[in-house]
Ligand binder design. Structure first.
Ligand code: KG4
Ligand code: ZN
Length: 345
């Protein structure tokens, strides 16, 4: 069993079940000890996440995943200080599974329960440490959080003090990737496949109009529609158009999505005069976005923080670390808290 100091160490179990990943993780203070993720492949058949199937899979996976995370960390549940879980935003039925399990465990162990905002957690993933001397961003910093359901520019003033200064007015960046991938006949989730296929493509092969949004906001639905009309027209002329141009199409659409993201990001970072910049969320796993941010950071003299792949897409380590910071500030919850499909910071 792991040796912990029960007077000084804070041991948090995090539980994530907001969408289609069931995950459990342990942090001791700000250091990760385990992070288990059960992916749900069933949704691939349907071209998107089916909420009812997601809830059922969470129900089947959640206890084994928690059990394994505890074993990986060499901890017994009696050593936990508190339990953090995703309260929202997310799919209601999926959130209910994680919240019910978290409540039951917290009640039976007699320990605090900590509700966590999933979007805040994506950002705080930057504070998960593997080694004591690991660099973390300094406040205030700017974070671009890009996932399947959200696209937000967030000014992070402190661990738990965040302000959304811009967001999508229609589709999220991950949704744009997934919808364009679907138009190309790729399976769900298409974002990672576009990333992979784009490696051998030319970013300038095709150009697509960039929809404009006010201030630091984003817009992607026009891009998806113009991509659809373009493909429909080309396929009418040549039924093999997609197959013959797949890599170039992926590279060009990826370039357009990432350019929209990074142009707004750069505009905001300059205006706010921040020095530390981050990306977070599932789309931050995209290699073109990661390299693009590094290049702009070099140009602007920013310190740039890019999450490890395991902390980009949904995971419970980010829930556990957020639980740790909330625990330090006494921001615990109660057994009557309810999951929230939509949730503000
Ligand atoms: O954060 P996340 O795991 O779940 C949500 O909270 O939504 O993000 C999932 C999104 C999906 O849209 C997926 O296609 C996208 O992240 N994604 C990527 C890549 N990896 C995941 N998009 C582009 N390139 C990638 N490498
Ligand atoms: Zn997410």
């Amino acid at each position: 069993m792991a040796i912990i100091n029960k007077y000084t160490d804070i041991v948090i179990l995090g539980i994530e079940s907001s969408c289609d990943e069931t995950s459990a993780a342990i942090v001791i203070n700000d250091h990760i000890r385990s992070n288990r993720i059960a992916n749900q492949t069933i949704h691939q058949t349907f071209g998107g996440v089916v909420p009812e199937l997601a809830s059922r899979a969470h129900q089947a996976n959640v206890i084994p995943v928690i059990d394994t995370a505890l074993k990986d960390a060499k901890l017994d549940k009696s050593q936990l200080t508190a339990i953090a879980y995703t309260q929202g935003p997310g799919l209601m039925g999926a959130l209910m599974v994680g919240s019910a399990v978290a409540k039951s465990m917290a009640m039976s162990l007699g320990i605090p329960l900590i509700p966590v905002n999933h979007m805040q957690a994506h950002i705080l993933a930057h504070f998960i440490k593997k080694t004591p001397d690991q660099a973390v961003p300094s406040f205030p910093f700017l974070c671009l959080t890009v996932s399947g359901g959200h696209t937000q520019l967030v000014l992070v003033k402190d661990h738990l003090e965040m302000e959304i200064i811009g967001q999508t007015i229609d589709d999220a960046a991950g949704e744009a990737f997934d919808k364009c991938a679907k138009i190309l006949g790729l399976p769900y989730p298409g974002g990672p496949l576009i990333d992979k296929l784009a490696v051998n493509g030319n970013i300038n092969a095709f150009s697509f109009a960039e929809p404009k949004a006010n201030g630091f906001d984003f817009s992607f639905s026009g891009l998806k529609t113009s991509f659809l009309y373009f493909i429909q027209k080309k396929v009418k002329e040549n039924p093999n158009f997609i197959e013959e141009n797949k890599a170039d199409l992926c590279a060009s659409i990826q370039h357009t999505i990432v350019k929209i993201l990074l142009d707004q990001f750069e505009k905001a970072a300059k205006k706010l005069n921040v020095k530390d910049v981050c990306i977070a969320g599932g789309v931050s796993a995209n290699s073109y976005l990661r390299n693009g941010l590094k290049a702009r950071a070099e140009k602007n003299n920013w310190n740039c923080f890019i999450p490890e792949f395991e902390f980009c897409t949904d995971n419970a380590a980010m829930i556990a670390i957020t639980g740790y910071f909330k625990y330090l500030k006494n921001q615990t919850g109660s057994l009557t808290d309810v999951p929230m499909a939509r949730m503000e910071f």
